[in-house]
Write a new protein. Structure first.
Length: 94
């Protein structure tokens, strides 16, 4: 069982990372490569061992979102992931 730890609200939760990778059929290594972080950063985050520094966490989120994943939050809590049409992403110029 993963340890409880603080992560930045509305950033990315370990459970969201695992779910998004599953939906994309990405390994931890693939997410690490696309985010430009080490595989241990992804692995340790998803297992609840540690929270990556802010720019690495943001890079992981960006990689998932650029592949069409939307992160869901409600009342300051991560609630899930969803697929988003790539042309409908926030900041995509629509």
């Amino acid at each position: 069982m993963a340890a409880d730890f603080f992560y930045f609200m509305d950033m990315l939760a370990p459970e969201q990372s695992r779910a998004a990778r599953g939906w994309l059929d990405w390994s931890q290594e693939e997410l690490a490569k696309r985010a430009g972080v080490s595989p241990s950063t992804v692995r340790d985050f998803e297992k609840g061992r540690r929270v990556p520094i802010g720019n690495n966490l943001q890079a992981m989120r960006n990689a998932l979102e650029s592949a069409g994943i939307g992160l869901l939050f409600k009342d300051d809590a991560a609630t899930g992931v969803t697929k988003v049409a790539l042309d409908r992403r926030p900041g995509a110029g629509n």
